[in-house]
Design a protein around this ligand. Structure first.
Ligand SMILES: [Zn+2]
Length: 374
């Protein structure tokens, strides 16, 4: 048994004792929080202003970080969409879940976050932004609603085949469409009774970089000063890539606005992260899914739950994407006794009231206390 389980065991035992005495089966979290999990495709942490980028690409994420905790060293396990999302969903490394590239189906043998939360009484829904995340690849497991329909006339990519699979309609959709469908679900499909788990995948920072023009204007992108034509073209591509991140941030902001309007902020855990980064020629490659250099695997990671997770805290200790599932389940007190997650449950680290400065300067505290594995 891992150290994580040993730490949690007394908590479960205590809960069980109180349940037996007071007759309630959900002592610790009588009213489990809603969960919104958002992934930004192809988003490098160092191109997000919330993580220090000089262009203000993510004003909404900056506000989210002020209300929650930011991990500055979060890493995806690969630089490929399906592999990384399979890790987010299962809490397992790619060599275990075997989705080693796009187009491979996630096996039904694995318990996904959506299945676990559905089993706990959550109403589950997903809206995804590209065919790479289509339900046919096993990602819809545990979701009662999985919105993966892409219209051909709204797609960025015009393909009829992808990774050996026929693409019968469109391949992807834009961020404004993704957020609209997510908001429609929140307003019209959530029953308002059960806690919900809403997963939203935004595809836009993925190549080709063709943001709505106003986001290029908003970032006040300056013309290239490079005389070398190749450098000038790269400068222009990076500017457009940044504007795609700004577009995605803007649409994420709309979802966060709805949570506020519906007075759900206090009772909703929000996580925003990425599936992988983008090369942008730092090591001679423009896109991703080839290398695991820093720029292709370091992703944004923010988590907010007002009143429970510290506001404005920054943790620079490394976070792996395998930590996401056990941490989320740990936060809502639903981490199974027998779950064999290779990652760490960081819930205690997030919940703790100790001063943020202490966490930042003694990073080993966060790791050693929470995950003393043997
Ligand atoms: Zn991706």
């Amino acid at each position: 048994m891992s150290g994580t389980h040993r730490i949690l065991a007394p908590v479960w035992s205590f809960s069980f004792f109180l349940s037996a005495v007071f007759g309630c089966s959900r002592f610790w979290l009588e009213d489990p929080p809603n969960i919104v999990l958002i992934t930004m495709d192809t988003t490098r942490a160092d191109h997000c202003s919330v993580h220090g980028y000089e262009r203000d690409t993510t004003p909404n994420l900056r506000r989210l970080a002020e209300q929650g905790t930011r991990f500055d060293s979060a890493y995806s396990p690969t630089s490929t969409t399906a592999s990384s999302h399979a890790t987010i969903f299962t809490g397992l490394y790619p060599l275990t879940h075997r989705v080693l590239k796009n187009g491979i189906r996630l096996s039904d043998d694995f318990a996904t976050l959506a299945e676990r939360l559905q089993g706990e009484g959550y109403q589950t829904a997903a809206v995804v932004g590209s065919f790479a995340m289509a339900g046919k690849f096993g990602f819809a497991q545990g979701f009662s609603s999985y919105d993966d329909r892409f219209l051909r006339d709204q797609s960025t990519f015009e393909v009829t085949q992808w990774q050996g699979h026929p693409v019968e309609e469109g391949f992807d959709r834009r961020a404004d469409s993704t957020s609209r469908h997510a908001i429609e679900w929140l307003r019209e499909k959530w029953d308002g009774q059960r806690p919900f788990f809403l997963f939203v995948h935004f595809f836009d920072p993925h190549f080709p970089y063709d943001p709505p023009e106003r986001f290029e204007t908003q970032l006040d992108l300056q013309p290239s000063e490079f005389e070398d034509a190749k450098q000038a073209r790269l400068h222009e591509k990076i500017a457009k890539y940044d504007a795609e991140i700004a577009f995605t941030d803007f649409e994420i902001g709309k979802i966060l606005d709805v949570l506020r309007e519906k007075d759900l902020e206090e009772h909703t855990i929000v996580i925003v992260t990425g599936d992988h980064g983008e090369g942008l020629m730092d090591h001679g490659y423009l896109m991703h899914a080839v290398h695991i250099y820093e720029e292709q695997v370091r992703v944004p990671f923010l988590i907010r739950w007002p009143g429970t997770i510290a506001a404005g805290r920054v943790i620079d200790a490394p976070l792996e994407m395998v930590d996401l599932a056990p941490t989320l389940l740990g936060l809502i007190d639903r981490l199974p006794h027998d779950a064999e997650f290779p990652g760490r449950n960081l819930a205690r680290c997030l919940r703790t009231k100790i001063r943020s400065r202490w966490i930042r300067t003694t990073r080993s505290f966060c790791i050693a206390n929470i995950s003393s594995r043997e």
